[in-house]
Design a protein around this ligand. Structure first.
Ligand SMILES: Cc1cc2nc3c(=O)[nH]c(=O)nc-3n(C[C@H](O)[C@H](O)[C@H](O)COP(=O)(O)OP(=O)(O)OC[C@H]3O[C@@H](n4cnc5c(N)ncnc54)[C@H](O)[C@@H]3O)c2cc1C
Length: 472
């Protein structure tokens, strides 16, 4: 225990969740040490490994607000109003996510955000150690074994162990040796590859018309900057998120194996280029370095991680991807991990005298929600790659908009609940199920909203469902 009788805390992993958690706890007076496997990105550059940018939504922003960091993060983000859907034939069309610009998501750079959070953690008083990978834990003696880049290991006395070391968590492996965590990993069977649409080279336009993105000109963007672009193609898709530098990170999601098209049927860059010429010709035309990117970037794998137990009595707990890695199709992995960090920091601050009880309460509050966003993320892959171009899906969207207008206190689409509120994910799932059943019954025998009595539908909604929870 420290002088203020709060337990010493050892965080494993200084990625997005670990560095926010370190900030929140250090700001609340805890003695925090963080061990990170990678070198310090502020000195050596960010070694990302995956997804160069991410979508930040209200939940993540809410946790950042609690650390006083929301404005600083927003200053380096690009607003995305909705999905710009690129059909194979026809013009792109924007499907707004929310009712107006108060309901948007934001594209942030993983490296930039991580560096901002590391600086904040240090400012708040946390001690950060880089090039220090957790190799093993001796729970009986409260020591951890840390490996440097040269493989040499050292032993270190630890405090309460908080595992933020990602999907392949070494702390989780050590905990699983001491107790059965009930771990289950379900591979999606689809992988992803990152490509790039570069910014247009317009050096003289810095102060020209269209000047808007924190010193950037929107003309630098080869596509509409304020949108998440999707090229839905049935059982696969491409997406593109804007970066403040004017470029877009493009991600192709595709089955790993099986009939064309799958990664297995694209053995070389020539086959990949031919596939893009057929399916994504407009995107390919904007990717001058397609061949180099295809060859340089490995295929990333996607899976969902489920654990029955997140903690080892009062000694260790996992959170973020270490506890519940999910597929990225709702853009919520980091957002959910940030909610975890805020919840754990609040529970520890309220009473850290019985860590086992705090960890049990944390798991009880967060696990049903992690399970819910895992399920919604899997469902959203089908919606993104297929649904957004389906007439019945579009009709439901129209009805949803009409119900939102007529009964805003009682209707909110699942996407809006997940992205623009902090309503618990499990509540979003239950509410969405009821709303969808009601919409399907209203749309029975209709293939357009003509002839649907919208006033009666809104009355039925108000009569059959309670109002939505306030702001979540
Ligand atoms: C393609 C893709 C797109 C995504 N898009 C989005 C999105 O749009 N929005 C969103 O909210 N989420 C998104 N996610 C999910 C998001 O990336 C993760 O949920 C988030 O990074 C989890 O943060 P974390 O800190 O828990 O884990 P990580 O980001 O994995 O960080 C773990 C840290 O622990 C360190 N570490 C690992 N092992 C050790 C060890 N033994 N000892 C010490 N340190 C260790 C790592 O080096 C790393 O710094 C996406 C994921 C993918 C794959």
């Amino acid at each position: 225990m420290t002088a203020n009788s709060r337990p010493r805390i050892t965080i494993i992993g200084a990625g997005l969740v670990g560095s926010l958690l370190a900030t929140l706890l250090a700001q609340r007076g805890f003695d925090i040490e963080v061990f990170e496997r990678r070198p310090d990105p502020r000195v050596h550059g960010f070694l990302g490994g995956r997804s160069i940018n991410l979508a930040l939504a209200e939940r993540g922003l809410n946790a950042l607000r609690k650390a006083g960091l929301a404005d600083a993060v927003l200053a380096q983000a690009v607003m995305m109003r909705g999905r710009m859907v690129h059909p194979l034939d026809g013009a792109p069309n924007l499907q707004r996510y929310g009712i107006d610009d108060s309901e948007v998501i934001r594209s942030v750079s993983r490296g930039g955000l991580n560096i901002l959070l590391l600086d904040a953690a240090e400012r708040a008083g946390a001690t950060l150690h880089f090039d220090a990978a957790l190799a093993d834990v001796d729970f009986a003696n409260d020591t951890i074994s840390l490996a440097g880049p040269d493989g040499a290991t050292r032993t270190h006395r630890c405090g309460l162990l908080l595992g933020c070391d990602g999907a392949g968590s070494a702390l989780r492996v050590a905990m699983a040796r001491a107790t059965n965590l009930g771990e289950r990993i379900e591979p999606l069977g689809h992988g992803y590859k990152e490509l790039e649409i570069p910014s247009r080279d317009l050096p003289s336009m810095a102060l020209g018309p269209g000047h808007s993105l924190a010193g950037m000109t929107t003309e630098r963007f080869a596509l509409e900057p304020h949108a998440l672009h999707i090229w839905p193609r049935g059982h696969y898709m491409c997406i593109a998120l804007p970066n403040t530098e004017g470029n877009f990170t493009v991600t192709l999601f595709l089955p790993n194996e099986g009939a064309f098209p799958s990664f297995a049927t694209l053995p070389n860059v020539a086959a990949a280029r031919q596939f893009f010429e057929q399916q994504f010709p407009d995107a390919l035309a904007l990717m001058p370095a397609f061949d180099e990117d295809w060859n340089a970037h490995p295929v990333g794998q996607l899976a969902t991680l489920y654990l029955d137990r997140w903690h080892l009595d009062g000694r260790a707990v996992v959170l973020g991807d270490a506890a519940h890695a999910i597929v990225p199709f709702h853009g919520q992995g980091m957002n959910c991990g940030f909610e975890d960090a805020a919840e754990l920091a609040a529970l520890l601050t309220a009473d850290s005298s019985d860590p086992a009880a705090v960890f049990a309460e944390f798991e009880a509050r967060r696990k049903p929600n992690a399970d819910a966003i895992a399920a919604m993320s899997l469902a959203n892959y089908i919606e993104m790659r297929d649904g957004v171009a389906d007439p019945h899906y579009l009709l439901k969207r129209e009805l949803a908009a009409a119900l939102t207008e007529r009964a805003a206190s009682h209707f909110m689409s699942r996407y809006r609940m997940v992205s623009f509120t902090s309503i618990p994910y499990a509540t979003c799932v239950a509410r969405d199920r009821e709303q969808t059943a009601l919409m399907e019954s209203i749309l029975k025998d209709h293939d357009s909203l003509d002839g649907v009595d919208l006033a009666a539908a809104a009355t039925r909604l108000r009569q059959t469902m309670p109002p939505l929870p306030e702001g979540g």
